[in-house]
Write a protein that binds this ligand. Structure first.
Ligand code: PNS
Length: 157
């Protein structure tokens, strides 16, 4: 069995993200969750906090490791000796973007494969963008984020 990398911003991690990690961990030997540390992109939560959140939410999964990356995704794949990228798909708009990413990543690193997992219907409308907006207005996000990270959200960055 191969390892895979599930990259993303995870700002913050949602129940939709967790579902993709859980389903991937049942198929692949190791799931590396790659948390993007993009200095050019302002995030609500710092990379350290985002990693802590993913670690807390996935602690029941023994074959999941959380890593930060700040360059090209394919460089992370090379470093980890992995060639499979996992992405979750909710909508047709997601598919368009993922096709682009998959094509570019495949050109950058030959042999790379992107596996897209279709989101479960109940996860369809969950996005980090919507969760950030709710957090900004101090609204309840317990339906959308893993229970383990709720207290971490309250404490801010
Ligand atoms: O959760 P997101 O924000 O949809 O994740 C996007 C992510 C992290 C997968 C994407 O931005 C990425 O891979 N960034 C690293 C830079 C890179 O390798 N880009 C090449 C593909 S265009």
């Amino acid at each position: 069995m191969e390892a895979c990398v599930y990259p993303g911003s995870f700002d913050p991690m949602t129940k939709g993200h967790l579902d993709i990690v859980e389903r991937s961990s049942a198929i692949f030997s190791t799931v590396y969750v790659g948390v993007l540390n993009n200095v050019a992109k302002k995030s609500m939560f710092g990379v350290k906090k985002r990693m802590e959140m993913v670690k807390a939410a996935t602690k029941h999964l023994k074959n999941v490791q959380v890593v930060a990356f700040d360059g090209l995704l394919v460089d992370l794949l090379k470093e980890l000796g992995a060639r499979v990228i996992i992405r979750g798909l909710r909508t047709g708009a997601d598919l368009e973007i993922e096709q682009q990413y998959a094509f570019i990543n495949g050109k950058l690193f030959e042999g790379t494969e992107t596996f897209a997992l279709l989101s479960r219907p109940e996860m369809h409308y969950i996005s980090s963008t919507a969760v950030r907006e709710l957090i900004a207005f101090h609204a309840d996000v317990s339906d959308y984020v893993p229970g383990e990270i709720l207290s971490m959200i309250d404490k801010g960055e």
